[in-house]
Design a protein around this ligand. Structure first.
Ligand code: PLP
Length: 449
């Protein structure tokens, strides 16, 4: 076979995104402005309907969809602001799967909370093979200090939120909402805690824009299920639009939340704006209006807003997103066929009632350990195929070891990691590239199968 060079996940940027960025640069407005507001509304419409083609340009159309999306500069910022909105702070515990990226846990640490890691189920979920939390271990980890559970929709596969909500309902009596500390943020956080009235479920959907799962209808608790897109599955959700994600704005992310009784969405929207822009009570557009210079700083907060240059990329990415998802799915089908024939287990991205966003293709080679896995990665690399490992469990990382965590206490996470390889999966792969990746994989693993 003729050698090819296959990158792991280059961004898919077309002339459409380039033209929109150039137009933005020429427009005289490059920071947070009209394009960001439009992207927020279009993302809200997409999350609510699964349709990316909704025109939110007119006010009438905009009004049909919620304002429950705030675009930010990363999923990390979105997750931290979601914790801040819920008033997470020192003395609180946040439960996080051991098998995830650092941002799922570090954001809780930034807020002063204590992270409690929970192991995954052995070999992941039985249908999707996604390294999903062990829900019995999760329930056992809940204490009267637990304020939030982070569920990670890893690789684009949606967690079993029905099970997680069952657990937080069962543990409701342990939850004591905070009292307002009289600050503007503390007052809102106290009302949010009272309104939710139990441990908050925070979805780390960094990988999963556009993924969906049949889940119980939200109100009231009924057995009836409906299709919920990520962004509607948990109390708060964060998305990543980082350069390696399916949908990118270079860097970027968004926060979204479910409606809360007694709290207007515009209050939360406004607070997220404040949190993301220094606590400044006028944004750049308002300040620029004639004679409108004066502003106040109402909290010493963060700087993590999305710019209109980023949103320009996002608007055109969203136009193309259904096609991007479809192409990724086609590649997955080809990977599935060969892996199944070889007896290699892989993530199942489309199972009864769950459609993933086709983000990562994780495979696990039976019967091998870390040295052989690394050898396969090197062999494939020598043939020009870049692969990756998602993830090395967090208790193996220096920072988390220093906090006292030891991967020995998370045997299922370690077991999942040690024979895992992530194959390249992106829309820059031609059909011939996919064939090449599969030939190289088949050759690299043959002595171990
Ligand atoms: C599971 C998960 N959560 C959060 C993040 C953070 O995303 P961002 O880089 O947009 O902050 C990532 C990034 O890769 C991730 O993989």
């Amino acid at each position: 076979m003729e050698r090819r060079v296959i990158s792991f996940n280059p961004p898919d940027i077309s002339e459409l995104e380039i033209d929109e960025v150039v137009e933005t640069l020429r427009s005289g407005w490059i920071t947070t402005g009209a394009r960001t507001k439009l992207l927020e509304r279009r993302l809200a419409a997409f999350i609510e309907t699964g349709r990316a083609d909704i025109d939110c340009d007119t006010e009438e159309n905009t009004e049909k969809y919620s304002n429950r999306v705030v675009c930010l500069n990363s999923a990390t910022a979105a997750e931290e602001l979601n914790f801040r909105l819920f008033g997470i702070g020192p003395g609180d515990e946040v439960i996080v799967p051991a098998y995830t990226y650092s941002a799922s846990a570090s954001t809780a640490i930034h807020c002063g909370a204590t992270v409690k890691f929970v192991d995954i189920r052995k070999d992941g979920d039985s249908a999707t093979h996604m390294p999903e939390m062990d829900y019995d271990a999760l329930e056992a980890a809940v204490t009267d200090k637990t304020k939030a559970i982070v569920a990670v929709d890893l690789g684009g596969i949606v967690c079993d939120y029905d099970r997680i909500f069952d657990i937080v309902e069962r543990k409701k009596a342990l939850f004591k909402p905070i009292e307002s500390d009289q600050s503007i943020l503390g007052e809102l956080a106290a009302r949010i805690q009272k309104s939710i009235g139990r441990i908050a479920v925070i979805a780390d959907s960094a990988h999963s824009l556009g993924a969906s799962r049949m889940l119980r209808k939200t109100e009231p608790y009924s057995a009836e299920k409906e299709k919920k897109y990520c962004g509607k599955t948990a109390d708060f959700t964060d998305f990543s639009f980082h350069a390696v994600k399916n949908f990118t704005t270079g860097e970027g992310g968004a926060s979204t939340w479910l409606p809360m009784e007694g709290i207007d969405d515009s209050e939360i929207y406004k607070m997220l704006q404040l949190l993301s822009l220094h606590g400044q009570n006028k944004d750049a557009m308002t300040k620029l209006k004639a004679s409108s210079w004066e502003y106040d700083i109402i909290g010493p907060w963060y700087k993590c807003n999305m710019t209109d240059i980023m949103s320009a990329i996002g608007l055109r990415q969203l136009d193309r997103y259904p096609g991007i998802l479809e192409r990724r799915r086609t590649i997955i089908q080809r990977y599935d066929a060969v892996c199944d024939a070889l007896g290699i287990s892989h993530l199942n991205h489309h199972v009864d009632g769950m459609d993933s966003s086709n983000h990562l293709y994780l495979i696990r080679i039976p019967g091998i350990d870390v040295p052989e896995r690394n050898q396969i990665i090197e062999r494939m690399g020598r043939q020009g195929v870049a692969t990756n490992v998602h993830y090395k469990p967090l208790p193996m990382m220096t920072a988390y070891k220093a906090l006292g965590w030891d991967v020995k206490d998370f045997p299922n996470s370690y077991d999942y990691y040690r024979n895992l390889i992530t194959l390249p999966l992106h829309t820059k792969l031609s059909d011939e590239d996919v064939s090449y990746v599969l030939e190289v994989l088949t050759d690299a693993v043959k002595e171990y199968l």
